[in-house]
Ligand binder design. Structure first.
Ligand code: SF4
Length: 253
């Protein structure tokens, strides 16, 4: 899960920390996302709270697909804190070398596994404070683990959530923390657990950073982004893919 690097959608000072949508609009926003995907889940592959924690630590500045490729091999060798410590930093680094910051991540995995063994009986703690005390674990990672592994209504703000919340006016903010705090206030209780997933998926597949696909966005009428992307012109083949029509000879084959 990528970390917000910059602020591409800087909110006006009057908007910061305040939802620019009415409660009814927020309700409709999430109702639509929930109707399209009633059981949202992370795209990271994991087996239990520990492997989830490992996957989320590895996802900093990496894609979920890249993390899944790395953990497929890593989890063949180590699925518990004890096995992770035994595997060792060098070997972990070798296995996850396709990920950014892999040396630091390998070091953190060994260090956090040691702490889990020494202070938590080898279990992942269900406490924000204890999670954030682990090496490589910040607020966003703790939020994901608390939500996904323990069912807490936390909302992690990654780069996608940050962008979507600012563009739509759902939770304008200068920092992920500001956005998270507004979301915690305005997202109706029943949508809290799924909110993080719905917002990530909306940002990843529809409200993309460079060119949001507003023409097929389920919340376009609620979103207040001023520069909505129009639908691409239909191609000669009649679709909206932008691809040229096939040549007559190719079409006949
Ligand atoms: S309408 Fe466009 S800018 Fe607004 S949320 Fe949808 S894709 Fe993003």
């Amino acid at each position: 899960m990528a970390t917000p690097k910059r602020e591409p959608h800087r909110p006006a000072p009057r908007d910061r920390g305040a939802c620019a949508r009415s409660p009814d609009e927020v309700e409709r926003f999430f109702a639509r996302l929930a109707a399209a995907n009633p059981q949202p889940a992370t795209e990271l592959r994991y087996h239990d709270p520990f492997t989830l924690l490992v996957a989320v630590v590895l996802s900093a500045q990496s894609t979920d697909a890249g993390v899944n490729r790395a953990t497929r091999e890593l989890f063949r060798h180590a699925r518990t804190p004890k096995e992770m410590v035994a595997l060792g930093e060098e070997r972990i680094a070798e296995i996850i070398r396709t990920l950014g910051l892999y040396r630091n991540k390998a070091k953190n995995l060994v260090a956090l596994s040691r702490i889990l063994l020494e202070r938590h009986g080898g279990e992942v703690p269900r406490s924000r404070e204890a999670l954030e005390a682990l090496p490589g674990v910040g607020r966003k990672t703790a939020n994901v683990v608390l939500n996904e592994a323990f069912g807490e209504p936390t909302i992690a703000v990654d780069t996608h959530v940050f962008r979507v919340c600012n563009r739509t006016g759902l939770a304008p903010g200068r920092t992920p923390r500001e956005v998270e705090e507004t979301l915690a206030r305005v997202v109706p209780e029943r949508y809290r657990r799924g909110a993080h997933h719905w917002l990530i998926l909306l940002g990843r597949y529809t409200c993309k950073a460079r060119r949001p696909e507003c023409w097929r966005c389920p919340v376009a009428d609620i979103c207040r982004h001023p520069d909505k992307t129009p639908a691409p012109a239909p191609s000669p083949r009649g679709d909206r893919s932008g691809r040229p029509a096939p040549k007559a000879s190719a079409a006949r084959r």
